[in-house]
Each structure stands twice: as C-alpha cells, then as structure tokens.
Design a protein around this ligand. Sequence first.
Ligand SMILES: CC(C)(COP(=O)(O)OP(=O)(O)OC[C@H]1O[C@@H](n2cnc3c(N)ncnc32)[C@H](O)[C@@H]1OP(=O)(O)O)[C@@H](O)C(=O)NCCC(=O)NCCS
Length: 281
Amino acid sequence: MDVSSLALRTDLAVAALDGTVVDRGDHVAVATPDQPDFYWGNYLVIAPPTTPSTATAWLTRAAAAHCAGAAHVAVAIDAPDGALAPAVTAALRAGGATVETMIAMTCDQPLAAPVPAGVELRRFDRPADWDALFALSISIDPDTPAMRRFLTRRIAARARAAARGEVRWWGAFVDGALVASAGVVPLADGARYQDVQTHAAWRRRGVASAVLAAIAQEARSAGDGDERLGGGTAKIQNSLAGARLVLVVGEDNAAARAAYQRLGFVERDRAVLALVAPPQT
Ligand SMILES: CC(C)(COP(=O)(O)OP(=O)(O)OC[C@H]1O[C@@H](n2cnc3c(N)ncnc32)[C@H](O)[C@@H]1OP(=O)(O)O)[C@@H](O)C(=O)NCCC(=O)NCCS
C-alpha cells in the first residue's frame, strides 16, 4: 500500500524505530510487541473505507491483527484531505471507535523564539532526565495505573532509541525541574517532532516555543560532533541538518495548533484515526 499522507508516512517511520511496519498490500500493519498498550504502536493503516460495512470489517481485522496483550483496536486512515464519508464515520463510531482528525504541519523557515527568563534549555543527557519526563507526562496525562504502565514502557523505549542515536530529546528546566519537553526524530525526508508538552503551571510563557526553536536551531548547525549522548550522535546530527520540520497535531487541539502556527508551521495534510480504547483500569 502506498501511504500518501505526510502525517502517516512520518508516523510509520517513527513506529519502525521500536516495532515492525509491514506492508500487507491493502494495508500496513504496525506492531510494537513490547508495548502492547501503545495504541499508535499497534495499529493498521488503511485507505478510506468506501462503505459502512467495510469500515466495520476493518475494525474487526485490526482487532484480530493486534499483538498479544493489546486490548485496544486502532486504525489510521490515509485520507490526506481528512474527509471520510459521513456514513463511514458513523459506522466507526457505532463500532465503539472515537474518530479524530490529525493534521501534519511543516515549517520551512528558520524557527525562532525567545528563551523565557529562568528557563534552561538543553538536550536530555543523563538518566534522571527520563525519570523527569515520566513525572512531567503523568502530570499532564490522566494518572491511572494503566497510564503509568504505558509511560514506563514508552519512555524506556525512547531512552533506548536516544542511546542508539535515533531520536533526540530536549527539555526546558526551571531550577532543575523539567517543565516542558519534546523529541525529534530524523527521517528520510524531514525531521519529525514528537510529544511536545508543557507542565500546566508553565503554559503561555513561551516555553514550548522555546524548546521547539532550540531543536530547530540545533538541527541547522550540522555535525557539531558532540558525543555526550553516546553512540549515534554524529549520525543524528547529520540527518537533522537542514531537515524540514514536521509535526502532527489533533484538529481539536486548539492550543497546540495556535502555538505551531505562531512559530510559522503551516498545514500540509491530514489523516483520520479511529480508536476503540480498552476499558480504563
Ligand atoms: C500545546 C502546548 C505544548 C503549548 O505549550 P506552551 O508552553 O503553553 O506554548 P507557548 O507558551 O510557547 O505558546 C506560544 C503561543 O501559542 C499560542 N497558544 C498556546 N496555548 C494556547 C491556548 N491554550 N490557547 C490559545 N493560544 C495558545 C499563543 O499564541 C501563545 O502565545 P501567547 O501566550 O503569547 O499568546 C501545551 O498547551 C501543552 O502541553 N498541552 C498539552 C499537551 C499537548 O497537547 N501537546 C501538543 C501535542 S501535538
């Protein structure tokens, strides 16, 4: 299957860091067996279903295809205009799915933002940074046992990918405490931002903008040879140099869209995600 939307092409490239991405002709199967509760690490990519019954059938196929231990059903629909037939959306919802539109945005101009007073920006370069990422994430996401299990595995996987030089993580620190973070993954045709977040108490002070700009500025300075992060650092730097910046944001996430637009990101295309979440534990 040729996946056309930038949102999903970059998602698949990121998913391949931790799991498997297999083209099965009429769909692409993504699996991350060591993180079965990672919704967007265990999903199928499909073309827009044309009828309600096809839509329902894909939910059934996704449920059967997911790896052992996955209790959710997730399907990403390659619809670059974000449009699904209303009857298809209704069928997905009737099948228990939430249906959300994602927007891929890119920025081709130099990103700049002032660093707020008292904020230190730096790359993650010590083990405690990953513990701080867990603490920041659980302060933003619902603090449930299931979320804690998910974040523990997910953040450990990110730390491994960072050690391999496949992703680079940045944080904004105030008096040593992490208040905002974002990652960046170099891809064949760009660099994909990951998981931009700011602690609720630090929002609307320009912190996320400063983190994104710091990543972009570092990406522009090729081959600095900084080996603090161990293996792969030079490789990632060379891949990031001059890369077009891509991020993906939910259509309903007005705050994030506003922040990215203000930095100069523009909408490129869309994709639709259908998710049947497991009962929360
Ligand atoms: C989206 C998010 C990262 C923004 O972080 P932030 O540090 O508050 O962003 P900034 O202060 O750099 O915002 C810069 C500009 O973006 C716009 N903006 C940010 N939040 C906004 C909001 N809630 N409503 C409207 N505009 C907003 C404003 O133009 C703001 O500038 P201003 O405060 O001078 O008006 C933060 O709200 C967050 O963590 N949300 C939860 C996680 C999330 O949704 N992450 C994004 C995933 S794609």
